[in-house]
Write a protein that binds this ligand. Structure first.
Ligand code: ADP
Ligand code: MG
Length: 703
């Protein structure tokens, strides 16, 4: 085996050389033969088949047709001049259109002759057309036998300019494969897995992914490589999880003590749901084991995660440790502080609040008391993880709505206690599709609260356009007359912040006309306000001193005002699904029937429409997350970019969920049956995994 051949620098490949090598490195990060090999084609040109005009449909991309060129005509003058050819097969006709080379083409093309045309089709006013098609004249000796199935590679303008277009890339691939032999691709999966999954061999797949002969072969080798990719990813994540459990010690919280019991028996204002009880049991089990807990708590908006977090903190305190809770915004942190202070009033515990806005003497005092251990619970924003914040003995760190925190920020929390890192509970209300959770959090334990507190009525969601506005206002008035409160939310997207602010201000003014003083009072909260002002307005709304809250998405996460029963969202088409779901979660928190009114203009994009329809159709956060993943692809789901995990070569988390599921199950079984991977049949796998692990070091710890 030529072990090092694949590590050869790219410029030594025939047809590359120093200049092109430099370019490949810069433009595509291709440094070695291996890198070139692993940049798979992003699509294929299928010239093995002819389509029929009648079968054409949108999203077909490039197609190949065979037929007769019936007519050629010139239209337009000057720069608008174009040549149009009518092209007919036995099922219908399309227009071929050229904007350049008109004169030359007119002379060259033969009306009445049979051609094969290849290109992208578009439909316009019911008529199909193809601009600048590749044309091939058929003659008696050149019959129309379908030919090749060609790979298309990612390129850039610079590469194209230097002649490294897709055709040149194909040639490079050929040169590369001339140098390689199957021994350069040792099989990395054991035979029993290959048989079970009916997988193509690794070596074959690596070649045929570049040069498949037809769609069927491409499907087979893609499956092989997708499985392989997801399988090794899961193997790695599961190994990390096992290792972490073995190596990273945790404080032992052995007992349930007075504070927990007193709270449970005297303070808890409601019965816990079955799901809350189950999750608390899971957490308690983690905390007693002497291993660091690293648990993700998923639960839809309103499912009652806060109380679970609080009761976990009481376990820490009863065992002599401090706890902290970190939230992504000042408003949310403040709200947690208020509600937790209320819950535990009379238990004799000290709770403190810390954020960037706590300054001077107050801050100094908090930091002192924290270091002395006088403060039991610290709640706040990311100010908690700054260096001057020193705990006496932090035993538990909870982060809420964790998508907002970067990996590095969270890693800082780990260093806040000695000799072990604190137990970590990560709470998120943004449901993560199962496939993503399995990769993003593959090395965390996951608990799910899949049950809402009893008595909740699902929020009714309605789509309304501008011409319904008067009715919407009438409806808001009815609800307010019943004593309820209303949110009106405007989008805020960074690039158009000024414009959005204007929208909000105009909206606010319009509302003050419809809802005049003294009968109605309106609060406003937006991102440009000082934290103290925001907080003041939030508090007024929370105390029901105002009936309407006009806001940008700052209220998106976590805000809890159970008396609010109507959520009106303006320009709904501009929000993402996850955001919309969060926003809707602000209502439906009390016993009253609540409503979410999605306002949009009449004309919206297809995606926008689909998002709105999804919201109207379902209240289930997981369904919404799945829909979101399908619409946007995994790279755009919050929290994924920073992890780097999603840089998959060939598998697609949005569509390959089933392969992932199987890959994970098989990986689990392998590690259960043969943890050290000692068996002979696992040697190929083990060797590959070790190499692979080196490549993906970067994301080894996500918590
Ligand atoms: P989230 O999971 O979105 O953070 P919260 O913890 O804010 O949800 O809880 C939402 C509301 O439900 C709060 O008003 C809380 O007091 C209430 N709640 C939580 N658990 C229960 C329960 N078991 N029974 C009744 N109400 C509950
Ligand atoms: Mg919450």
């Amino acid at each position: 085996m030529q072990q090092d051949l694949l590590n050869t620098a790219i410029e030594y490949l025939k047809g590359v050389g120093p200049k092109r090598g430099e370019l490949l490195r810069k433009e595509l990060s291709i440094h070695t033969f291996r890198d070139l090999l692993y940049q798979f084609p992003y699509r294929y040109v299928d010239k093995t088949r002819f389509q029929k005009v009648r079968e054409l449909h949108e999203d077909m991309g490039d197609v190949q047709l065979k037929g007769i060129l019936r007519r050629l005509s010139k239209t337009g003058e000057g720069r608008k001049r174009r040549l149009v050819g009518r092209f007919r097969d036995d099922t219908g006709y399309i227009d071929l259109v050229w904007f350049t080379g008109v004169h030359w083409l007119e002379k060259k093309l033969q009306v009445g002759a049979e051609y094969v045309v290849y290109g992208r089709v578009n439909q316009y006013g019911g008529q199909w057309s193809m601009a600048h098609p590749e044309m091939e004249l058929l003659s008696e000796e050149k019959t129309a036998t379908p030919k090749t199935f060609e790979p298309v590679y990612t390129s850039t303008e610079k590469l194209n300019a230097k002649g490294l277009d897709t055709r040149a890339r194909r040639k490079l691939m050929h040169h590369l494969f001339e140098k390689l032999s199957p021994e350069d691709f040792p099989e990395n999966l054991p035979a029993y897995i290959m048989e079970k999954m009916k997988l193509a061999p690794h070596a074959l797949a690596m070649y045929r992914i570049h040069f498949p002969r037809n769609q069927k072969e491409l499907d087979r080798v893609s499956l092989r490589l997708k499985f392989e990719e997801l399988f090794f990813l899961q193997m790695r994540l599961l190994q990390l999880k096992k290792r972490r459990k073995k190596e990273i010690k945790g404080f032992v919280f052995s007992s349930i003590g007075d504070h927990f019991n007193q709270f449970f028996h005297e303070k808890l204002p409601f019965e816990l749901t079955g799901a809350q009880k189950r999750v608390l049991k899971e957490i308690r089990k983690d905390l007693g084991q002497g291993i660091q807990m690293n648990r993700l708590l998923q639960g839809d908006v309103g499912s009652g995660k806060t109380i679970v977090g609080l009761m976990t903190m009481l376990m820490a305190i009863d065992n002599g440790y401090q706890a902290c809770l970190m939230a992504p915004t000042e408003i949310l942190a403040q709200q947690h502080y208020n509600s937790i202070s209320n819950y535990i009033e009379g238990l004799g515990l000290k709770v403190a609040f810390l954020s960037g806005s706590v300054k001077g003497k107050k801050r100094k005092l908090i930091l002192e008391e924290l270091a002395e251990g006088e403060i039991h619970i610290l709640i706040g924003t990311h100010a908690l993880i700054e260096d001057p914040v020193v705990f006496k003995n932090l035993g538990l760190a909870i982060t809420d709505e964790q998508h907002r925190f970067g990996v590095a920020q969270r890693a800082k929390l780990w260093k806040k206690s000695r000799p072990c890192p604190p137990h970590v509970l990560v709470m998120t209300a943004t449901p993560i599709p199962r496939t993503l959770a399995m990769t993003l959090y593959g090395d965390l334990d996951v608990s799910v609260i899949d049950e809402l507190p009893p008595g909740r009525k699902p929020v009714k969601t309605i789509h309304r356009t501008e011409n319904h506005r008067l009715r919407v206002i009438g409806f808001m008035k009815e609800e307010i007359a019943k004593g309820r409160q209303v949110y009106v939310v405007y989008p805020l997207i960074e690039e158009s912040e000024t414009l959005d602010l204007k929208n909000l201000e105009e909206g606010y003014e319009a509302l003050t006309r419809e809802f005049p003083l003294p009968e109605y009072k309106i609060s406003v909260v937006h991102g440009r306000m000082k934290p103290a002002d925001k907080d003041y307005e939030m508090q007024r709304f929370a105390r029901a001193e105002t009936q309407i809250m006009v806001a940008t998405t700052v209220i998106e996460v976590g805000v809890n005002v159970p008396n609010a029963s109507v959520m009106v969202i303006e320009n709904t088409e501009r929000f993402g699904l996850a955001q919309l779901h969060q926003l809707r979660g602000r209502v439906g928190r009390g016993a009253e029937q609540s409503y979410c009114i999605l306002m949009s203009s009449f004309k919206i994009s297809k995606d926008g429409k689909e998002r709105i329809q999804t919201m109207v159709r379902t209240n289930n956060g997981f369904d919404i997350a799945e829909a979101d993943l399908k619409l946007r692809g995994p790279g755009n789901i919050e929290g994924t970019q920073q992890s780097g995990i999603i840089n998959l070569r060939i598998a697609d988390l949005a569509t390959d969920g089933r392969i992932l599921q199987t890959a994970r199950e098989i990986a689990l079984r392998v590690l259960d049956d043969d943890p050290p991977l000692e068996r002979p049949e696992h040697q190929g796998l083990k060797g590959y995994l070790e190499k692979y692990a080196k490549q993906v070091k970067g994301w080894s710890r996500i918590s």
